[in-house]
Design a protein around this ligand. Structure first.
Ligand code: KG4
Ligand code: ZN
Length: 324
């Protein structure tokens, strides 16, 4: 079965082709560098860029996969959550394609796609704890089976990737900030012990809060005392400490020894290293090129839904910014 995957939930326009026998045939990602000058994503600009990029990206995805539109068996598209104007661009494109080539359309949840990006290259057993960390999300989810999830908690304010981007901006570095801070932190040392928010808070043991940490880091940056790399390292130590410890706590409480990390921040080198210290945990990360937003994870998750649940919907479903 050949599935086309479309992803436009934020600032990446991506189209991919997944073949159930051969794997990913193509995965074209067009990142909107235009937002770098603002240090964050401007929704209206993002939507305009998606509309402009969609057809060239689709064309390249088909060419890279060496197929034509009529070879496709189904189309999968991210329909929530995300920036509504960005989602609408991809959902509209997907509906138009589905209508014209008369192939089923499968709506895909963005967070679910991030999690199942881990399954594209290998089999992972259930149950597992999913830690989803991206520019828009910081969530802990207990995955019992495909489509059987228990939401344990999430951020009460900023998402972890968002905080990386804001700290990088305060340091006068580029966008997205995550990879830059990650690299810079390798040369730094912990000079300030920043707070580890909600770490020992019984009521919020599976929730996160990063906006206080962000403000504390920006205050230190503004004082101008410490070197950039030392701030980066001190900040990253706090973030990784919280993410790892809360995940490990959930594993212990639910008696689960398997973790799947997903989303853009799962590319973080220190997060990857620190999880490896827990030898009794089986920890999975997506391949680097599948950490940040991409169409391949959408195509694969759509395929999985179609194969296991046979779900394809009529064309009147809508994009949604938020979801439970
Ligand atoms: O999953 P993603 O592409 O988009 C959303 O769904 O939000 O995640 C993008 C986020 C950005 O905030 C970016 O700074 C962060 O992932 N990121 C990283 C790293 N690579 C990307 N954060 C920390 N370390 C990294 N190496
Ligand atoms: Zn994402």
């Amino acid at each position: 079965m050949i599935v086309l995957g479309i992803e436009t939930s934020c600032d990446d326009t991506s189209v991919a082709v997944y073949d159930s026998e051969k794997g990913i045939l193509s995965n074209v990602v067009s990142s909107q560098l235009i937002h770098a000058q603002f240090g964050g994503v401007y929704p209206e600009i993002a939507a305009r860029e998606h509309t402009k990029n969609f057809l060239p990206v689709l064309d390249k995805a088909l060419k890279d996969a060496n197929i034509v539109l009529s070879d496709i068996d189904a189309i999968a598209t991210t329909f929530m959550p995300g920036l509504i104007v960005s989602l609408v661009a991809g959902v509209s494109g997907a509906k138009a394609l589905s209508f014209s080539v008369k192939k089923p359309l499968i709506p895909v949840h963005h967070i679910e796609a991030h999690i199942f990006a881990n399954f594209i290259k290998k089999e992972i057993e259930y149950p597992f704890l999913a830690l989803v960390v991206s520019g828009g999300h910081t969530e802990l989810i207990l995955v019992k089976e495909f489509e059987d999830y228990i939401y344990l908690g999430g951020t009460l304010d900023d998402a972890v990737g968002e905080v990386y981007d804001k700290v990088a901006r305060a340091l006068g570095l580029g966008f997205p900030g995550g990879p830059i801070i990650d690299k810079l932190a390798k040369e730094g040392k912990e000079v300030i012990k920043f707070p580890r928010p909600l770490l020992n808070d019984e009521e919020n043991k599976y929730n996160f809060s990063f906006s206080g940490l962000k403000s504390a880091v920006i205050r230190e940056i503004n004082k101008g005392i410490y070197k950039q790399e030392d701030i980066a390292k001190s900040f990253q130590n706090a973030v990784v400490d919280v993410l790892v410890k809360k995940t490990v706590l959930a594993c212990k409480e639910f008696g689960i020894n398997r973790v799947v990390v997903a989303g853009g921040v799962s590319a973080n080198s220190q997060l990857r290293e620190e999880f490896l210290n827990f030898k009794d945990l089986e920890v999975h990360f997506p391949p680097m090129y599948l950490c940040t937003d991409n169409g391949a994870m959408v195509a694969y998750t759509g395929y999985k839904r179609f194969k296991e649940k046979g779900v394809a919907v009529s064309l009147d479903f809508e994009a949604k910014a938020r979801c439970r």
